[in-house]
Ligand binder design. Structure first.
Ligand SMILES: C[S@@+](CC[C@H](N)C(=O)[O-])C[C@H]1O[C@@H](n2cnc3c(N)ncnc32)[C@H](O)[C@@H]1O
Length: 198
């Protein structure tokens, strides 16, 4: 079932709106509800490929902002030439210093729509997914400025719920959302953290 693609309403809409993936509507809903992005912000998108979140973010932050997309996949040529976008082909866990991304400051916003490659074995996939989420939370002090915002995709499990409860106090606001465009069978949801505490 790995390559199974539902050509649903959001798929068609993404095509029509010139977005490279339907997942853009998840970020759009999150942003409209929780006001994550603003003009002029410096944003990093972990696991950006193919890049619909980069496209959306680029529009919202405008000319004064910048979005840095990082993925292990080869650069998506569809994103070249967008003025406020920088793309890097890297593993996010290999970035020792922010100067490798040609930025001086920490980011105003960290986005992560990353997912581990799945095996189809539910318990193993849940463990891998939670490991990834934990590792990304571990990167926040390096990447996210105090007061900054964070969005991350999580696959639901009891262990994930327990872990998230422990992380809650690292932000002034901490919310969960399952966007409307997420397929109802999916166990994914998003965690939105606002005002990261130093
Ligand atoms: C679901 S896709 C992102 C889709 C994207 N938000 C969009 O709207 O187009 C997840 C991506 O995370 C990337 N990824 C997973 N682990 C990574 C890592 N350690 N470093 C960089 N990218 C990673 C994968 O290569 C994959 O392209």
């Amino acid at each position: 079932m790995g390559n199974f693609k539902v050509k649903d309403h959001y798929f068609d809409k993404a095509k029509k709106d010139n977005y490279v993936a339907r997942s853009v509507y998840k970020l759009e809903e999150i942003d409209q509800r929780f006001k994550i992005l603003r003009p002029g912000m410096l944003v990093v998108d972990f696991g950006y490929y193919p890049g619909s979140w980069v496209q959306y973010t680029s529009k919202v932050i405008g000319d004064e902002g910048r979005v840095v997309g990082i993925d292990i996949q080869e650069r998506n040529p569809k994103l070249t030439g967008i003025k406020n976008v920088r793309i890097y082909q890297k593993d996010i866990f290999d970035i020792a210093d922010l100067s490798q991304l040609d930025v001086k400051d920490q980011f105003d916003v960290v986005l992560s729509d990353m997912a581990p490659s799945t095996t189809g074995m539910q318990s193993l996939d849940q463990i891998r997914s939670l490991n990834l989420v934990e590792s990304v939370f571990g990167l926040l002090p390096k990447f996210l400025r105090p007061g900054g915002n964070f969005v991350i995709k999580v696959f639901d499990s009891q262990d994930a719920q327990n872990y998230l409860k422990e992380q809650k106090n690292r932000f002034n606001e901490f919310q969960y959302l399952k966007p409307k465009s997420t397929r109802s069978v999916s166990k994914e949801f998003f965690v939105i953290g606002k005002h990261f505490k130093a």
